[in-house]
Design a protein around this ligand. Structure first.
Ligand code: HAM
Length: 427
C-alpha cells in the first residue's frame, strides 16, 4: 500500500525549524504589547458568507481559492483564507463599539487558500495579523505601517521596500473604474483572458496582471491618485507625510491594488528582495466598508497581515539571527540498568529547578551517551556511575573546558541551578 503523504501545498514544520517560528511569534507578540494590541483567538472555520461578502465575490480568493464544504448540519462553512473578516465579525458580535475606541487586536495561526504552490506560496500558511478598529483618521494607518516595519526591524530584516497607494472609496472609485475601462477598451484585444474577464467585473485588478502584454499596457494607465475625492486625497497625503515624519522609506506605486475587495483609501505592501516571485512579506490597508458588507453598522478599520513562512525564508536568506536551537543544558549519563531510576530522579530535580536536562532511555553505553550529550549541545554532563550512586555524589563535567568535579548531589544541583538555569541564562 502506498504511504500517505501530507497534502500538496502543506508543510510539516519539524523540530529543526519550529524554534525559528517561535522567535517570529515572540517578536510579534512583544511588538504587539509595545503598540497596545491585544491577542484574539478566533475560529479556523467560519460561515462561508462572511468571506464571500467580506472579501468580495469577484476576488480570486472567493472565486477559486476557498476550502468550502457543507458540514453535517447542512451549513456551508469555509476554512479561513485570512483573518480580517473574522476580526471584524468578532468586534461586532461582542459589541466592542461600546468600549473605548479604537480597539487594537492581533491574531496568529493557519490560513487556507487553494493556490498553485510554489516557493513562499502554500495552501496552508500561517499569518500574524494586526487590526485597528474604530479609528477613521490617517494616523491609525501610519501606526499600522510603522508596526509592520518595527517587527521586521526587530527580526533583523533588511532589503525591504514599503509600497504605498490609495484605492479610493465608493465615492471616487467608480470614477476611476470608468477611466480605467476607457483606457483599456482600446487595447482590449491584446489583453490576456483573465484581464478580459476582469474588464467589467473588477478592472482595478487588471493593474496587477503579470502578463507581459498587459503589463506594457498598464504602464500608461491613468493613476488612481488623479481620481481620488477630496477626502481620500487628503487622507493619502496625511499618511504619506506621517510616514515621512517617522523617517520611513516608502515608494508610491499607483499600480498597487490588493487582491481583496474590502480595501478603501490606504493600500500597502512590504516587498522583500529575497523572496523570488512571491515577494510580498506583508500586505494591508484600510477597510472602512467591510463592517457594512458583512451586515452591521459602519466601523472603520486598518490592518495588515504577514506570512510567517515568507518571514522565515527572508530571514534565512539574509542570515538574520533566528534564535537559539533548543538544546539541553545538562545531559545525565549513567552506567548500568539499576542507575536509570537515579538518573531520572536527578533529571527531575534539575528540571524542577529550571535547568533543562535530558537522558538516555535506550540502555546505551556510557561512551555513546557521552557522544549523544555532545551532539545534543549539552553544556554540562552529570555522570552517575556506580561509585557516585553509592556515595550519593554526582560528577559534573563541563563540556566546554573538559574539567570535571565530583560533589554531593545537593551541592551539584545547587551549583547547576546557579550556572545553568533558564532564569540565569536570560539575565
Ligand atoms: P494578503 O495580502 O492576502 O492580505 O496576505 C497577507 C500576507 O500573507 C502576504 O503578504 C503573504 O506574506 C502571506 N500570504 C498570503 N497568501 C499566502 C500563501 N498562499 N502562502 C504563503 N503566504 C501567504 C490579507 O490576508 C489581509 N487579511 C491583510 C490585512 C489585514 N488587511 C487588512 N488587515
Amino acid at each position: 500500500m502506498e504511504a500517505i503523504k501530507a497534502p500538496r501545498g502543506t508543510r510539516d514544520i519539524l523540530g529543526g525549524e519550529s524554534w525559528k517560528w517561535a522567535r517570529v511569534m515572540d517578536v510579534a507578540a512583544s511588538a504587539a504589547d509595545d503598540f497596545g494590541f491585544r491577542e484574539v483567538m478566533l475560529p479556523i472555520f467560519e460561515h462561508t458568507e462572511l468571506f464571500s461578502r467580506g472579501i468580495g465575490d469577484t476576488t480570486d480568493v472567493v472565486e477559486k481559492e476557498m476550502y468550502t464544504f457543507t458540514d453535517r448540519g447542512g451549513r456551508s462553512v469555509t476554512l479561513r483564507p485570512e483573518l480580517t473578516a473574522s476580526v471584524m465579525r468578532a468586534y461586532r458580535e461582542h459589541d466592542m463599539r461600546r468600549g473605548p475606541q479604537p480597539v487594537k487586536l492581533w491574531g496568529r495561526g493557519p490560513m487556507f487558500r487553494y493556490e498553485r504552490p510554489q516557493k513562499g506560496r502554500y495552501r496552508q500558511f500561517a499569518q500574524i495579523d494586526f487590526e485597528t478598529l474604530g479609528a477613521p483618521g490617517p494616523m491609525a494607518d501610519v501606526e499600522i505601517i510603522d508596526l509592520s516595519m518595527e517587527i521586521y526591524r526587530r527580526l533583523g530584516l533588511s532589503n525591504l521596500q514599503v509600497v504605498l497607494n490609495s484605492v479610493g472609496c465608493p465615492k471616487c472609485r467608480p470614477v476611476y473604474r470608468e477611466a480605467l475601462k476607457k483606457y483599456f477598451a482600446s487595447g482590449f484585444d491584446s489583453l490576456c483572458e483573465t484581464c478580459k474577464s476582469r474588464f467589467d467585473r473588477n478592472p482595478l485588478r487588471m493593474l496587477d496582471c503579470k502578463n507581459d502584454e498587459c503589463r506594457k499596457l498598464t504602464e500608461n494607465a491613468p493613476a488612481v491618485t488623479d481620481s481620488l475625492c477630496g477626502e481620500c486625497g487628503a487622507h493619502f497625503r496625511a499618511v504619506t507625510r506621517g510616514l515621512e515624519n517617522l523617517g520611513a522609506d516608502i515608494r508610491l506605486d499607483n499600480r498597487l491594488v490588493r487582491g481583496l475587495d474590502y480595501y478603501t483609501k490606504t493600500a500597502y505592501e512590504i516587498l522583500s528582495g529575497d523572496l523570488g516571485a512571491q515577494n510580498a512579506v506583508c500586505g494591508g490597508g484600510r477597510y472602512d466598508n467591510l463592517a457594512e458588507s458583512i451586515g452591521g453598522p459602519s466601523v472603520p478599520g486598518v490592518g495588515f497581515a504577514s506570512g510567517i513562512e515568507r518571514i522565515v525564508i527572508t530571514m534565512e536568506a539574509q542570515g538574520a539571527y533566528m534564535g537559539r536551537e533548543p538544546a539541553p543544558r545538562v545531559y545525565v549519563v549513567t552506567s548500568g540498568q539499576g542507575a536509570e531510576n537515579e538518573a531520572l530522579s536527578l533529571a527531575h530535580d534539575l528540571r524542577s529547578r529550571g535547568v533543562s536536562a535530558d537522558l538516555d532511555f535506550m540502555g546505551r553505553s556510557m561512551k555513546s551517551q557521552m557522544k549523544i550529550a555532545s551532539q545534543a549541545g549539552a553544556k554540562f554532563v552529570c555522570i552517575l556511575g556506580e561509585d557516585e550512586i553509592s556515595s550519593g555524589t554526582v560528577a559534573v563535567k563541563n563540556m566546554s573546558d573538559g574539567t570535571q568535579e565530583t560533589s554531593p548531589r545537593a551541592a551539584a544541583l545547587e551549583k547547576l541551578e546557579r550556572i545553568a538555569s533558564r532564569k540565569e541564562e536570560s539575565k
